[in-house]
Design a protein around this ligand. Sequence first.
Ligand SMILES: [Zn+2]
Length: 469
Amino acid sequence: MRHTFALFALLFVTASALGQAPKPALRAGAFAQDITPEKFPISVNGGFADRKATAANDPLHARCLVLDDGSVKLAIVVVDSCMIPKELLDAAKALAEKKTGIPAANMLISATHTHTAPSVAGVFGSEPDAAYVKFLTEKIAVGIEKAFKQLAPAKAAWAVGTEPNQVFNRRWKMKADVVNTDPFGGTTDKVKMNPGVQNPGLLEPAGPTDPSVTVLSLRTADDKPLALFANYSLHYVGDIPALSADYFGVFADVVGQKLKAGPGFVGMLSNGTSGDVNNINFKDAAPKFKPGERSRLVAEAVADAAMKALEKAEYRSDVKLNSGGLPLELAVRKPTVEDVKRAEGILEKAKDRELRGPDETYARETVLMAKYPDVVRIELQVLRVGDLAIAAIPCEVFTEIGLSIKKNSPLKPTCVVSLANGYFGYLPTADQHKLGGYETWRARSSFLGVKSADEIEKSLGVLLKLVAK
Ligand SMILES: [Zn+2]
């Protein structure tokens, strides 16, 4: 087992190293830092082909929350971006650590996975916008610093609500006579992603959904709403033109309105484990919506679930914080020499024009993947706020993995934030790899070894146990 040595050599847990800590007295500060680019047009992540946005429909934010119990400080940041590489986030954390003294290891920064934000990661046809990479790095650090400066006595409550009607597994097993082609010339896929609404070939979804809406709510000492962090396992909605924070941004506004919060309030919605779950009901006919209507409907539903969950929650100021981290080395699914030869042949035929269709896109990805290292190092993380555990994985994690982590965690509730502290593509289970489909197709969007989900879940289990002590 590749990770065993790293586990015992490098794992750290903040609070256990401090010995006898004083009685915790919570302070909290929050700030929503605007990260809307100032220069257009700009590349947008999230599609096969690159798209250019010429304006912002609604502002993008890095939503920052800083917590301090008198001995441990944490920062939680949710960024309106599709995916953010580890290097960018490590640089932002180092800048913020210098300004605030909060250890970089105690900062959890995740991307919402809005598909209508500037590109800071190379995936398919979109390459990072260098100027925006620098801009975003600095803005995230500034946002953490501003939240840190707002620190004031606070109370926290946590709860789990449920909204089962907005999540649908998007991978479907298809009838035996349906042929599923992949972009490598194969026809062995057993499942199809986004098979089309009421496709006559539909058999059943290939995985579950997770209806949980996990909520961490902060109030000032005199009980005014300060911030609300939520976690829901839905890929995105995608009905607002670029640039847009998608339903994540609408949720932040709506939840503030429902709480009758003042101007400094920060709502934040992190992405749970939604690698295989979206907002499309493939079984039934789809109602027609105008742009933005569906985002509002979903945001309202998730915010209502959060409000309902908080009805009986108890706010307290004696909240203990903790943080743990664990580096993990994972194998990369590299293409074979034959794979690369086939891909080069496809690219040769398209060399004088723009790439077209999945076969050419994946041929380019194959050539790029051949240059990847054999092993990558990721960081797993768990933050603890009272009884609530927030686990972080730098992938687009399949829902069943999140459900299993929550079920086996010694801390209740536990939620899992995807696309956190880096970007290492989709994380399907080994069984889902056998079924094939888009999320398993080798590219910069899916490249970890087939056993990675098992290794990540096992290691997070160890980390959760340590942070629970
Ligand atoms: Zn995705």
